[in-house]
Design a protein around this ligand. Structure first.
Ligand code: HEM
Ligand code: HEM
Length: 196
């Protein structure tokens, strides 16, 4: 991807580790978000209890994603990214840029809207970070409308992220199996052709 300081020849180990850690956490949070809605709506008290546990895990993991993503964005802006392969057309380059920066926006806006939602919710439930300590709410007054709007933004952006995910994975697989370039292997170094 071109952009701020794209002079590297590969991603750093930190960038690769953060990419995969955040990817796993986001996939887990997306699934958890859908599941907890069903459980909380269930008439069975055991399902409801499980739903509340998943909400706490969802919020803990989501806030962790927010912190990691801010750090990762800072790293990306400071260190740049490897240049895209020369064979890519301008449309493909634009699509890659759109997907990557779109992901950065979603990785920050989805958890941030979740944080605004729970901070302004009249229900006032605390967030216990993996049961270890209470994560503070944002210094915002209770506001049902704002909480509702944040919830809508949260849902829409999370589903937009799922759309980007499909595009992103399709792109990564096309690079590897059709173009046969090094784009996937620079994010999964052991795939490098001739590396083992
Ligand atoms: C990248 C991180 C996150 C992802 C991918 C994500 C994804 C989702 C999804 C898919 C839903 C279900 C939406 C629906 O169908 O209604 C959801 C619901 C919810 N999320 Fe998140 N979420 C993330 C972070 C957070 C954070 C940080 C918080 C709060 C601190 C949070 C709080 C909630 C709550 C309270 C709900 C259920 C209520 C509602 O949407 O109205 N989420 N999330
Ligand atoms: C929710 C999950 C994921 C998120 C949020 C995500 C996000 C991102 C972002 C933001 C970048 C741009 C890195 C930068 O230049 O700063 C990136 C690059 C990359 N991702 Fe993902 N990713 C996810 C899952 C995946 C999966 C499942 C694959 C493989 C099938 C993958 C393969 C790649 C590859 C190969 C690159 C490097 C592209 C290049 O060098 O230009 N990603 N990803």
């Amino acid at each position: 991807m071109t952009g701020a300081g794209s002079v590297r020849s590969s991603y750093s180990r930190t960038a690769i580790a953060l990419h995969w850690l955040i990817a796993v956490l986001i996939i887990g949070n997306f699934a958890g978000g859908l599941l907890m809605g069903d459980l909380l709506g269930s008439a069975d008290p055991a399902d409801k209890r499980l739903g509340f546990t998943i909400v706490q895990l969802h919020k803990s993991s989501g806030l962790t994603i927010l912190v990691l993503s801010l750090f990762r964005l800072g790293l990306r802006l400071a260190a740049g990214a490897p240049a895209l392969p020369a064979h890519m057309t301008s449309t493909e380059r634009a699509l890659a840029k759109l997907t990557h920066w779109g992901f950065y926006a979603i990785m920050i806006l989805v958890p941030l809207s979740g944080w605004v939602m729970v901070s302004t919710s009249p229900l006032g439930f605390p967030t216990l970070w993996f049961g270890l300590f209470e994560w503070p709410h944002l210094p915002l007054a209770m506001n049902k409308e704002l909480s509702g709007s944040a919830s809508e933004v949260h849902e829409i952006m999370a589903f937009a992220g799922a759309g980007l995910f499909v595009l992103h994975v399709a792109g990564a697989l096309k690079h590897h199996f059709m173009d046969r370039d090094d784009v996937l292997s620079r994010m999964i170094p052991f795939l490098r052709r001739g590396s083992i």
